[in-house]
Design a protein around this ligand. Structure first.
Ligand code: GMT
Length: 368
C-alpha cells in the first residue's frame, strides 16, 4: 500500500506517533510519504527505502499578511498523491490537516483517514473559533480514529462528530523499551526509591505538582530521588521551585535526552501529574520498561493504568496523593515488583506495534 502521512513534525506526541506508525508500515514493505512542514523529528536517524519526506513549501507574497499554509499543504498533498500514486492520506491532528486533506480529496479523489490525538479536540473544546470548519473536515473523513475512548467521547460530545470513531490505542516499541538492569551510571541511585517523569513541560503536565510531592516523600524517605527528563515552557519555573524547596539533592533535571529507554531502566516508578491526557506515550514507555505508574485519573489514562494493578491513579492537583502512592510502593517491594510485571504484561497484551498496525491496516483497507 502507498500511504501519505501528515503530522506535526516536532516533538509533540501526535507527531511522534504519526511518524512511528508510518515508519512501521514502511518496515513491513508499504511505501510511506510524509507530507509535512519539516522533516519529522522522530524520523531523525531513520533511513528506510520506503520512507520519503515531502516538505510543504509555503508561498510568501507581499500581499499576504499570513502565508496560506492550509492551501499549501493541500497542494502538496494533491501533488504527492498523484505523483506517488498514493492509496490514501492519513492525517494526525485534525487542525488544519483534515481540512487540507478534504481539499486534496476534491482534487485527487483519494480517501483520507483522520486520527484525533488530544489537543486538537481539547483546544476546540476551550476555544471554538475554528470548530465548524474543523468539525466538518473531520466528519467528512473516510474514516475517523481516536487514540482513546476518552478522545472519541470528547469528539462526539464536544465537537459534535456523528460519524463512528474507531478507537485505536497508541503503541510502544516493546523491544526498545524493556525491563533490564540500569547501566547508566549518571542515573543510577541504589540507596533509595528512584522516580522518573518524562515531559515536554507544557503547563498541562503540571510538573510542579510532582516537585511538591517530593517535599512529602523526602520527609519519610530522605534519599528518595526524582529524575526529570525533557524540556519545554515550564522548565525554568520547575527549576526555581526545586531551588526554593531545597530539593536540589533529590531531584535531577536531565534535560532533553535521546537515551530515554536507558534512563527508564534506572527508575522504580514513573509519575505523571497531567491535568488532561488522551493516551500518553510516556506511560506506555514506562509500562513497557516494567515500571509501576502513578498517574492522574484523567482523560484516557484510566484506559492504560488500572488502579492497584499496574500502578495507582490519583486525583489531579493532589501532590499529597502522589506522595502517598509513592510511599506505598516504597514500603512494599513485592507490590512494586508485581505492579511492574503487570505493566509489562499490559503492554504485551494491548500496546504492541503489530497489534496496533493491524487495526490501522483494517481501516485503510476499508476506505480504499
Ligand atoms: O500533550 C502533548 O504534549 C502533545 C499532544 C499532541 O497533540 O501532540 O499529545 C496528545 O497526543 C499524544 C499522542 O496521541 C498523546 O499521547 C497525548 O496524551 C495527547 N495530549 C493530550 O491529550 C494533552
Amino acid at each position: 500500500m502507498k500511504i501519505g502521512v501528515t503530522c506535526y513534525p516536532t516533538v509533540g506526541g501526535s507527531g511522534i506517533l504519526g511518524t512511528r506508525l508510518g515508519v512501521e508500515f514502511a518496515k513491513r514493505g508499504h511505501r510511506t510519504h510524509f507530507i509535512t512542514l519539516e522533516t519529522p523529528f522522530a524520523l531523525q536517524g531513520i533511513d528506510y527505502d520506503f520512507v520519503k519526506v515531502h516538505r510543504v513549501s509555503v508561498v510568501e507574497y507581499p500581499l499576504f499578511k499570513y502565508p496560506p499554509y492550509t492551501v499549501a499543504l493541500a497542494t502538496e498533498m494533491s501533488d504527492v498523491t498523484d505523483s506517488a500514486e498514493l492509496d490514501l492520506l492519513h492525517v494526525h491532528y485534525s487542525l488544519p490537516h483534515a481540512t487540507a486533506a478534504q481539499l486534496a480529496r476534491e482534487v485527487t479523489g483519494k480517501p483520507y483517514v483522520t486520527t484525533l490525538h488530544g489537543s486538537d479536540v481539547t483546544i476546540l473544546g476551550n476555544d471554538p473559533a475554528y470548530e465548524r470548519v474543523n468539525t466538518m473536515s473531520v466528519e467528512a473523513s473516510d474514516a475517523i480514529t481516536a487514540v482513546s475512548k476518552f478522545m472519541a467521547d470528547e469528539a462526539h460530545n464536544n465537537l459534535g462528530i456523528e460519524k463512528k470513531i474507531h478507537v485505536i490505542p497508541n503503541f510502544v516499541d516493546n523491544e526498545k523499551y524493556q525491563p533490564a538492569p540500569c547501566e547508566l551510571i549518571e542515573a543510577r541511585t541504589e540507596e533509595a526509591i528512584t522516580l522518573i517523569h518524562v515531559s515536554n513541560f507544557r503547563p498541562v503536565k503540571r510538573v510542579e505538582d510532582i516537585v511538591y510531592s517530593m517535599c512529602v516523600i523526602t520527609k519519610k524517605v530522605p534519599n528518595a530521588k526524582l529524575i526529570i527528563v525533557g524540556d519545554g515552557p515550564d522548565r525554568r519555573r520547575v527549576e526555581r521551585l526545586i531551588d526554593k524547596l531545597g530539593l536540589k539533592k533529590n531531584i535531577r533535571m536531565m534535560g532533553f535526552r535521546s537515551d530515554v529507554p536507558d534512563i527508564l531502566r534506572c527508575a522504580d516508578a514513573l509519575i505523571m501529574a497531567s491535568e488532561t491526557e488522551s493516551a500518553p506515550l510516556t506511560i506506555l514507555e514506562g509500562m513497557s520498561s516494567g515500571l509501576p505508574i502513578i498517574a492522574t485519573d484523567v482523560g484516557g489514562i484510566p484506559e492504560q493504568v488500572e488502579d492497584g494493578v499496574n500502578g495507582f491513579l490519583v486525583p489531579v492537583k493532589r501532590p499529597d496523593e502522589i506522595a502517598e502512592a509513592v510511599l506505598k510502593l516504597n514500603a512494599d517491594i513485592n507490590l512494586q515488583t508485581k505492579m511492574g510485571e503487570n505493566s509489562r504484561k499490559t503492554v504485551l497484551e494491548r500496546y504492541t506495534v503489530d497489534r496496533v498496525l493491524d487495526q490501522y491496516m483494517k481501516i485503510y483497507e476499508s476506505v480504499i
